[in-house]
Design a protein around this ligand. Sequence first.
Ligand SMILES: Nc1ncnc2c1ncn2[C@@H]1O[C@H](COP(=O)(O)OP(=O)(O)O)[C@@H](O)[C@H]1O
Ligand SMILES: CC(=O)OP(=O)(O)O
Ligand SMILES: [Mg+2]
Length: 395
Amino acid sequence: MTKTLAVNAGSSSMKWQMYEMPEEKVLAKGLIERIGLKDSIVTVKFGEEKEERVFDIPNHTEAVEVLLEDLKRLKIVEEFTEITGVGHRVVAGGEIFQKSTVVTPEVLQQVKDLSALAPLHNPANAAGIEAFLNLLPDATSVVVFDTAFHTTMPEKAFRYPLPKKYYTDYAVRKYGAHGTSHMYVSQEAAKLLGKPIEETKIITAHIGNGASITAVKGGESVDTSMGFTPLAGVMMGTRTGEMDPSVFPYLIENDSELKDAQDVVDMMNKESGLYGVSGISSDMRDIIAAKDTDADAKLAFEMYVDRIQKFIGQYLAVLNGADALVFTAGIGENSVPVREAILSGLTWFGIEVDPEKNVFGVEGEISKPSSRLKVFVIPTDEELVIARDVEALKK
Ligand SMILES: Nc1ncnc2c1ncn2[C@@H]1O[C@H](COP(=O)(O)OP(=O)(O)O)[C@@H](O)[C@H]1O
Ligand SMILES: CC(=O)OP(=O)(O)O
Ligand SMILES: [Mg+2]
């Protein structure tokens, strides 16, 4: 039996699944949540068993250590050498990586060199790759890029209206992210629509700690809300999303705590979004718990919903109408109040939500049969796509 491990490091989480391949049988899976916050949650499911522990995990390197210890402690593997393939999600592949690739020292270096395009992610992704390379030098190690699915975007969508040299000489353009997820859920949505994917127009809303919205036409990404880095687009857990760059020099001049552009970008990546507006938390669960009694939490919630509605509106225009809107990732899959608030402002587009279906735990269609635009909740499965790519690239 060959075991393949898929590792998906997000900005606040690390998800992993151990598969028996090529059967795609899940042997065990785990989720480490709230990395960097108080009370990180470590969940492991294997066989009929489920274990949950709560303790502080300050960063992704320690999360990898927890994962490795758990694999042995819970006897998911007797020896690490049983694992013959490891696949890693990498957020930024730039224009270099158009598809998944076997890791070589050169590829690892390129992943590190692309850190400017995903500062919260690529360094953590590279640390994960290195930890497993040291432990399992003989396993096939594969990197799967968030940006790969978005390489189909037309130039009018991925270019910024800057002088041309900033694209040709500096590769400054929109790259997008969460591509593996947007691809997977759009394919699942086409199945639910009962149509060949080539004939579908789908808007996918991947809303987790990081969040992005994508317009998918005929199975290909034609536009997406994240940009040069995952800071762009909608408001997120700690990130601003769309901003007017004129704020940058203004703040550097006026706030002595912000010395240079990097300080401002760090603040916009790590201290903004739900966290910055509420002053309470980056976690939507905490915002929802506080919003009825705290005005800042209420505003954070309203701004979050507003920004997502606007991008859905944009992409209805980009696609000139759509067949389906898909919610996925931590918030999209689990938060009924967020979905309710977003959808209640989109009735003009022909969305009719079925309140009996828009409840916690429901997957599939949450709109009424008469709804012109179907609304689906589809749990993403980036890990499965990663494991399939590892299998395809194995020697
Ligand atoms: N039941 C829930 N209600 C609201 N939000 C939730 C719920 N469960 C998870 N979340 C949100 O999902 C986010 C994590 O999403 P996830 O997609 O795992 O993030 P990452 O970007 O780290 O991959 C958390 O920050 C939390 O706000
Ligand atoms: C690209 C990105 O923001 O990823 P995540 O949502 O996993 O943080
Ligand atoms: Mg994620």
